[in-house]
Design a protein around this ligand. Structure first.
Ligand SMILES: [Fe+2]
Ligand SMILES: [Fe+2]
Length: 371
C-alpha cells in the first residue's frame, strides 16, 4: 500500500518512484522539467449544456450537486489513467527503435504522456480534496502490464516498433478526440489544461502517421502484415469512444464537462444526447480512413492496399461487443471467428517474419525531413 499523500510534492515523489518501477530510466529525460501547464482555455463562460452562458466553474464547489462533482472526478481520473497506461505499454521499446531519430521520438512521446498524467493529477490534487489525492495516487498503482488500467486498450501489449507507430497514429488520435472534447469543458482548470496537451498530442500523431508512411515507402514490411496492426489498433480505437448509447456521455454534455469533437464549429445542438459517443466514433473512423487513403497512395500500383477494419470487428465495448464479425463486417460462426482472429491479428508467426526485417535495419525510409 502506498503512503498517503498530503500535497502535490508528495505525489511527485510517487511519480518518480513509478518511473523507476515501470523501468523507465529518468536519465532519458534528465533535461526535461515535468510541469503542470495551464493556458487561458477556450472561453470564460460555459459553452454548451444546461449551464450555457454562465461563468465556468473555477472550483468544484461552484457546481450545484455532488453528483456533478463525482462525475467530473471520474472523467478526469479516467483520462489520467490512459496517459500513464500508454507509457507503461511503450516502456520496453527504447532499445528497439530503428534509428536514433525514432528513439528520440519515442522518448518524447513517453515523457509527454507522463506529463499529461502529471497534469491530470495536478487537477485532481488541486481541486478534489482527499478523493482527488486518493485517485491521483491510484493512477500510479494500476499498471498496464498487470492488466489493471481502467480501459482495456491500455492493458494491451505494444510489442514492437510497428505497434508503437500504429498506436501513436490511431490510439493517440483517439486521445486527440478526447482532449478536444474536454477542451470546451465547463470546469475551467480542465479546459485550461487541454490546449498545451493538444499541442503535444499533435507530435504523437505526426510520429505515428509519418512512421507508417516511412514503413510503406521502404517497402520491406509486407502490406498484409501491416494490415494486421491496423486491425488490432483501429478496433481498439473504436472501443475507446465507449458505448453506442451512453447516458454518461449525455450527462457530461448536459453539465458542460465534455463537448462534441466539432463543438467549436457546430451550429446546431446535438440531435440525440444519448448517441454522442457514436457520433464521435464515426468522425474518428472517417479520419482513420483518410489517413489510410494517404498511405495507400504510397503503395505502388497493383499491390495490396490497406483498409480500416469494419467498425463491428473485434469490439469489446458497445453494441457489437463480443459479437463475431470479420474485418469486412461479415457475421461469422464461433469456429470461423476463432480462425479469422488468428489470421487477421498480429501473432507469433508474424513476429518470425518480422525478425529478420527488423534486423536488416532498413525497414523504414529516412526520418523526419522526407517522411
Ligand atoms: Fe496524452
Ligand atoms: Fe499522445
Amino acid at each position: 500500500m502506498a503512503e498517503r499523500i498530503t500535497n502535490f510534492d508528495d505525489w511527485k515523489d510517487l511519480f518518480y518512484k513509478w518511473q523507476k518501477d515501470i523501468g523507465f530510466d529518468p536519465e532519458l529525460v534528465k533535461d526535461y522539467k515535468f510541469d503542470a501547464i495551464y493556458d487561458e482555455g477556450t472561453s470564460p463562460t460555459i459553452e454548451f449544456g444546461e449551464f450555457k452562458g454562465r461563468k465556468k466553474f473555477e472550483k468544484i464547489l461552484d457546481m450545484p450537486t455532488q453528483d456533478m462533482r463525482d462525475s467530473l472526478l471520474h472523467l478526469i481520473f479516467y483520462q489520467g489513467d490512459t496517459e500513464f497506461g500508454s507509457s507503461e505499454q511503450q516502456r520496453k521499446l527504447i532499445d528497439s527503435a530503428p534509428s536514433d531519430y525514432d528513439r528520440q521520438c519515442l522518448i518524447r512521446v513517453m515523457r509527454e504522456e507522463q506529463r499529461h498524467g502529471w497534469q491530470m493529477c495536478h487537477v485532481l490534487i488541486s481541486n478534489f480534496g482527499d478523493s482527488g489525492k486518493l485517485e491521483a495516487r491510484k493512477q500510479l498503482e494500476r499498471h498496464a502490464y498487470d492488466n489493471s488500467r481502467l480501459l482495456g486498450a491500455f492493458n494491451k501489449n505494444v510489442d514492437d516498433f510497428i505497434d508503437f507507430l500504429t498506436y501513436t497514429c490511431f490510439i493517440d488520435r483517439d486521445g486527440k478526440y478526447q482532449l478536444t472534447m474536454l477542451h470546451h469543458s465547463s470546469f475551467a482548470p480542465l479546459s485550461r489544461s487541454m490546449g498545451p496537451m493538444l499541442k503535444e498530442e499533435a507530435f504523437h500523431l505526426f510520429t505515428g502517421q509519418t512512421g507508417l508512411s516511412r514503413i510503406v515507402r521502404a517497402g520491406k514490411v509486407p502490406i498484409p502484415l501491416l494490415q494486421k496492426y491496423l486491425n488490432k489498433w483501429l478496433s481498439t480505437g473504436y472501443d475507446l469512444f465507449g458505448k453506442d448509447r451512453s447516458s454518461a456521455a449525455a450527462r457530461f454534455y448536459r453539465w458542460g464537462f465534455k463537448g462534441r469533437f466539432d463543438e467549436a464549429t457546430a451550429t446546431e445542438p446535438p440531435q440525440d444526447l444519448d448517441r454522442l459517443n457514436e457520433e464521435a466514433r464515426l468522425l474518428y473512423y472517417k479520419e482513420d480512413c483518410e489517413i489510410i487513403e494517404g498511405l495507400n497512395r504510397l503503395i505502388p500500383e497493383g499491390r495490396p492496399k490497406l483498409r480500416a477494419p469494419d467498425m463491428k470487428f473485434n469490439r469489446q465495448i458497445g453494441d457489437y461487443a463480443d459479437k463475431m464479425f470479420s474485418v469486412e463486417g461479415k457475421p461469422l460462426s464461433e469456429a470461423e471467428y476463432k480462425k479469422h482472429l488468428e489470421e487477421v491479428l498480429p501473432g507469433p508467426a508474424d513476429r518470425k517474419v518480422l525478425e529478420p526485417i527488423f534486423k536488416a535495419g532498413d525497414w523504414m525510409s529516412a526520418g523526419a525531413a522526407n517522411a
